[in-house]
Design a protein around this ligand. Sequence first.
Ligand SMILES: [Zn+2]
Ligand SMILES: [Zn+2]
Length: 258
Amino acid sequence: MFVDSHCHLDKLKSTEEHGIAKVLADARAAQIEHMLCIGVALDDFAQMQKIVGKHGDVSFSCGVHPLYVAKHGFSESELASLCARSDVVAVGETGLDYFYDKEHIATQRESFARHIEIANEVNKPLIIHTRDARADTIDMLREGHAEKCRGVMHCFTESLDMAEKALDLGFYISISGIVTFASAEELRDVVKHVPLERLLIETDSPWLAPVPHRGKENQPAFVTHVAECVAKLKGVSIEEVAEVTRDNFYSLFNIKRN
Ligand SMILES: [Zn+2]
Ligand SMILES: [Zn+2]
Protein backbone atom coordinates (compact mmCIF):
# COMPACT_ATOMS: atom_id res chain seq x y z
CA MET A 1 0.00 0.00 0.00
CA PHE A 2 1.25 3.45 -1.02
CA VAL A 3 0.77 7.04 0.08
CA ASP A 4 0.61 10.03 -2.28
CA SER A 5 2.05 12.81 -0.12
CA HIS A 6 1.13 15.67 -2.48
CA CYS A 7 -1.74 15.93 -4.95
CA HIS A 8 -4.27 18.52 -6.07
CA LEU A 9 -7.41 16.38 -6.29
CA ASP A 10 -9.64 19.39 -6.95
CA LYS A 11 -7.58 20.44 -9.98
CA LEU A 12 -7.94 17.23 -11.99
CA LYS A 13 -9.89 17.37 -15.24
CA SER A 14 -10.94 13.83 -14.40
CA THR A 15 -12.53 15.14 -11.18
CA GLU A 16 -14.34 17.79 -13.16
CA GLU A 17 -15.58 15.32 -15.77
CA HIS A 18 -16.32 12.19 -13.73
CA GLY A 19 -16.42 13.43 -10.14
CA ILE A 20 -13.98 12.68 -7.34
CA ALA A 21 -15.35 9.14 -6.84
CA LYS A 22 -13.60 7.83 -9.96
CA VAL A 23 -10.22 9.37 -9.05
CA LEU A 24 -10.44 7.90 -5.55
CA ALA A 25 -11.61 4.50 -6.84
CA ASP A 26 -8.70 4.36 -9.31
CA ALA A 27 -6.29 5.31 -6.52
CA ARG A 28 -7.67 2.66 -4.16
CA ALA A 29 -7.52 0.04 -6.95
CA ALA A 30 -3.82 0.91 -7.36
CA GLN A 31 -3.34 0.35 -3.58
CA ILE A 32 -2.99 4.00 -2.64
CA GLU A 33 -4.08 4.05 0.99
CA HIS A 34 -3.78 7.77 1.75
CA MET A 35 -3.60 11.02 -0.22
CA LEU A 36 -2.68 14.50 0.96
CA CYS A 37 -4.66 17.11 -0.97
CA ILE A 38 -2.76 20.39 -1.04
CA GLY A 39 -4.18 23.89 -0.72
CA VAL A 40 -2.78 26.67 -2.93
CA ALA A 41 -4.95 29.69 -2.06
CA LEU A 42 -7.27 30.61 0.80
CA ASP A 43 -10.07 31.83 -1.43
CA ASP A 44 -10.48 28.37 -2.96
CA PHE A 45 -9.79 26.33 0.18
CA ALA A 46 -13.49 25.84 1.02
CA GLN A 47 -14.24 24.94 -2.59
CA MET A 48 -11.37 22.40 -2.62
CA GLN A 49 -12.75 20.71 0.49
CA LYS A 50 -16.24 20.72 -0.99
CA ILE A 51 -15.13 19.16 -4.30
CA VAL A 52 -13.01 16.50 -2.62
CA GLY A 53 -15.38 15.79 0.28
CA LYS A 54 -14.71 13.95 3.54
CA HIS A 55 -12.89 10.63 3.17
CA GLY A 56 -10.88 8.61 5.67
CA ASP A 57 -8.04 8.28 3.17
CA VAL A 58 -7.73 11.96 2.18
CA SER A 59 -6.15 14.69 4.33
CA PHE A 60 -5.83 18.40 3.58
CA SER A 61 -3.19 21.08 3.86
CA CYS A 62 -3.81 24.81 3.79
CA GLY A 63 -1.57 27.55 2.46
CA VAL A 64 -0.88 30.05 -0.30
CA HIS A 65 1.38 28.87 -3.12
CA PRO A 66 4.31 31.23 -3.87
CA LEU A 67 3.07 31.64 -7.45
CA TYR A 68 -0.48 32.49 -6.27
CA VAL A 69 0.34 34.92 -3.50
CA ALA A 70 0.83 38.07 -5.63
CA LYS A 71 -2.54 37.58 -7.30
CA HIS A 72 -4.61 36.11 -4.47
CA GLY A 73 -3.02 37.64 -1.39
CA PHE A 74 -4.28 36.46 2.00
CA SER A 75 -5.19 37.50 5.48
CA GLU A 76 -2.75 36.25 8.06
CA SER A 77 -5.45 35.67 10.66
CA GLU A 78 -7.54 33.67 8.21
CA LEU A 79 -4.52 31.52 7.31
CA ALA A 80 -3.79 30.96 11.00
CA SER A 81 -7.34 29.94 11.82
CA LEU A 82 -7.67 27.62 8.83
CA CYS A 83 -4.33 25.97 9.62
CA ALA A 84 -5.46 25.39 13.21
CA ARG A 85 -8.45 23.30 12.06
CA SER A 86 -8.37 19.64 13.00
CA ASP A 87 -8.93 18.53 9.39
CA VAL A 88 -5.79 20.38 8.22
CA VAL A 89 -2.61 18.38 8.80
CA ALA A 90 0.01 20.71 7.29
CA VAL A 91 0.80 24.33 6.38
CA GLY A 92 1.44 24.99 2.67
CA GLU A 93 2.23 24.76 0.01
CA THR A 94 4.40 27.76 0.60
CA GLY A 95 7.97 28.67 -0.27
CA LEU A 96 9.87 30.53 -2.97
CA ASP A 97 9.78 30.15 -6.75
CA TYR A 98 12.24 32.41 -8.54
CA PHE A 99 12.10 30.26 -11.67
CA TYR A 100 8.58 31.22 -12.70
CA ASP A 101 8.26 34.53 -10.86
CA LYS A 102 11.14 36.90 -10.23
CA GLU A 103 8.86 39.94 -10.07
CA HIS A 104 7.25 39.31 -6.72
CA ILE A 105 10.17 38.05 -4.67
CA ALA A 106 9.43 40.41 -1.75
CA THR A 107 5.77 39.30 -1.65
CA GLN A 108 6.77 35.63 -1.82
CA ARG A 109 9.25 36.08 1.02
CA GLU A 110 6.76 37.92 3.21
CA SER A 111 4.20 35.17 2.68
CA PHE A 112 6.74 32.40 3.30
CA ALA A 113 7.83 34.02 6.59
CA ARG A 114 4.19 34.18 7.80
CA HIS A 115 3.62 30.52 6.88
CA ILE A 116 6.70 29.45 8.87
CA GLU A 117 5.50 31.42 11.92
CA ILE A 118 2.03 29.93 11.71
CA ALA A 119 3.35 26.38 11.24
CA ASN A 120 5.29 26.78 14.48
CA GLU A 121 2.25 28.27 16.23
CA VAL A 122 -0.09 25.44 15.23
CA ASN A 123 2.72 22.89 15.42
CA LYS A 124 2.10 21.35 12.01
CA PRO A 125 4.70 20.59 9.34
CA LEU A 126 5.41 22.87 6.37
CA ILE A 127 4.98 21.85 2.73
CA ILE A 128 7.68 23.70 0.85
CA HIS A 129 7.68 24.53 -2.84
CA THR A 130 11.17 25.73 -3.80
CA ARG A 131 12.59 26.41 -7.24
CA ASP A 132 15.76 28.33 -8.11
CA ALA A 133 15.77 29.89 -4.63
CA ARG A 134 18.04 27.52 -2.75
CA ALA A 135 19.95 29.86 -0.44
CA ASP A 136 16.94 32.06 0.36
CA THR A 137 14.71 29.08 1.13
CA ILE A 138 17.21 27.51 3.53
CA ASP A 139 18.08 30.87 5.13
CA MET A 140 14.42 31.69 5.77
CA LEU A 141 13.71 28.24 7.21
CA ARG A 142 16.67 28.67 9.56
CA GLU A 143 15.69 32.23 10.55
CA GLY A 144 12.11 31.14 11.19
CA HIS A 145 13.23 28.13 13.29
CA ALA A 146 11.44 25.71 11.00
CA GLU A 147 13.37 22.88 12.65
CA LYS A 148 10.63 23.07 15.32
CA CYS A 149 7.66 22.32 13.05
CA ARG A 150 9.70 20.53 10.35
CA GLY A 151 8.16 19.66 6.99
CA VAL A 152 8.86 18.46 3.49
CA MET A 153 10.60 19.80 0.40
CA HIS A 154 7.96 18.77 -2.09
CA CYS A 155 8.60 17.79 -5.72
CA PHE A 156 12.29 18.21 -5.06
CA THR A 157 14.41 19.17 -8.09
CA GLU A 158 17.30 21.03 -6.45
CA SER A 159 20.85 19.98 -5.54
CA LEU A 160 22.13 17.33 -3.15
CA ASP A 161 23.73 20.14 -1.13
CA MET A 162 20.31 21.75 -0.61
CA ALA A 163 18.74 18.38 0.23
CA GLU A 164 21.37 17.86 2.93
CA LYS A 165 20.71 21.30 4.43
CA ALA A 166 16.99 20.50 4.53
CA LEU A 167 17.70 17.13 6.16
CA ASP A 168 19.75 18.95 8.82
CA LEU A 169 16.63 20.98 9.65
CA GLY A 170 14.68 17.74 10.15
CA PHE A 171 12.90 17.99 6.82
CA TYR A 172 11.89 15.20 4.48
CA ILE A 173 12.52 15.20 0.72
CA SER A 174 9.58 14.30 -1.49
CA ILE A 175 10.16 12.74 -4.89
CA SER A 176 7.71 13.19 -7.76
CA GLY A 177 7.38 11.63 -11.22
CA ILE A 178 10.21 13.89 -12.41
CA VAL A 179 12.56 11.18 -11.12
CA THR A 180 11.44 8.97 -14.02
CA PHE A 181 12.27 11.60 -16.66
CA ALA A 182 15.34 10.95 -18.81
CA SER A 183 16.80 14.38 -17.97
CA ALA A 184 16.60 13.95 -14.18
CA GLU A 185 20.09 12.52 -13.59
CA GLU A 186 20.88 14.96 -10.74
CA LEU A 187 17.63 14.13 -8.96
CA ARG A 188 18.32 10.40 -9.22
CA ASP A 189 21.65 11.08 -7.56
CA VAL A 190 19.85 12.90 -4.73
CA VAL A 191 17.57 9.87 -4.26
CA LYS A 192 20.60 7.58 -4.00
CA HIS A 193 22.11 9.74 -1.26
CA VAL A 194 19.11 10.65 0.91
CA PRO A 195 18.22 7.86 3.39
CA LEU A 196 14.94 6.12 2.58
CA GLU A 197 13.84 7.00 6.14
CA ARG A 198 13.74 10.67 5.04
CA LEU A 199 12.02 10.29 1.66
CA LEU A 200 8.38 10.72 0.69
CA ILE A 201 6.78 10.05 -2.69
CA GLU A 202 4.14 12.11 -4.45
CA THR A 203 2.42 12.71 -7.77
CA ASP A 204 1.78 16.50 -7.61
CA SER A 205 -1.16 15.48 -9.82
CA PRO A 206 -2.67 16.70 -12.12
CA TRP A 207 0.84 17.74 -13.22
CA LEU A 208 4.05 15.81 -13.94
CA ALA A 209 2.77 12.37 -14.91
CA PRO A 210 5.61 9.84 -14.53
CA VAL A 211 6.92 7.59 -17.28
CA PRO A 212 5.08 5.60 -18.77
CA HIS A 213 2.15 8.03 -18.51
CA ARG A 214 3.85 11.21 -19.72
CA GLY A 215 1.46 13.45 -21.63
CA LYS A 216 -1.56 12.08 -19.73
CA GLU A 217 -3.17 13.80 -16.78
CA ASN A 218 -1.41 12.67 -13.63
CA GLN A 219 -3.41 11.10 -10.79
CA PRO A 220 -2.64 9.57 -7.35
CA ALA A 221 -2.78 6.02 -8.79
CA PHE A 222 0.45 6.77 -10.68
CA VAL A 223 2.54 7.23 -7.52
CA THR A 224 3.41 3.53 -7.84
CA HIS A 225 5.70 4.44 -10.77
CA VAL A 226 7.58 6.89 -8.57
CA ALA A 227 7.97 4.16 -5.93
CA GLU A 228 9.23 1.74 -8.56
CA CYS A 229 11.88 4.17 -9.76
CA VAL A 230 13.01 4.99 -6.20
CA ALA A 231 13.21 1.24 -5.44
CA LYS A 232 15.52 0.67 -8.42
CA LEU A 233 17.77 3.57 -7.40
CA LYS A 234 17.95 2.35 -3.81
CA GLY A 235 18.36 -1.31 -4.75
CA VAL A 236 15.43 -2.36 -2.57
CA SER A 237 11.99 -3.80 -3.28
CA ILE A 238 9.04 -1.60 -4.22
CA GLU A 239 7.27 -3.00 -1.12
CA GLU A 240 10.03 -1.62 1.08
CA VAL A 241 9.81 1.82 -0.54
CA ALA A 242 6.03 1.75 -0.11
CA GLU A 243 6.24 0.76 3.54
CA VAL A 244 9.00 3.14 4.61
CA THR A 245 7.64 6.20 2.76
CA ARG A 246 4.20 5.43 4.19
CA ASP A 247 5.57 5.29 7.74
CA ASN A 248 7.52 8.52 7.11
CA PHE A 249 4.33 10.18 5.92
CA TYR A 250 2.19 9.16 8.90
CA SER A 251 4.89 10.16 11.31
CA LEU A 252 5.60 13.60 9.79
CA PHE A 253 1.95 14.58 9.38
CA ASN A 254 0.87 12.97 12.63
CA ILE A 255 -1.91 11.00 10.91
CA LYS A 256 -3.30 7.86 12.47
CA ARG A 257 -3.40 4.96 10.06
CA ASN A 258 -6.90 3.69 9.33
ZN1 LIG B 1 4.60 22.91 -5.73
ZN1 LIG C 1 1.55 21.22 -5.47
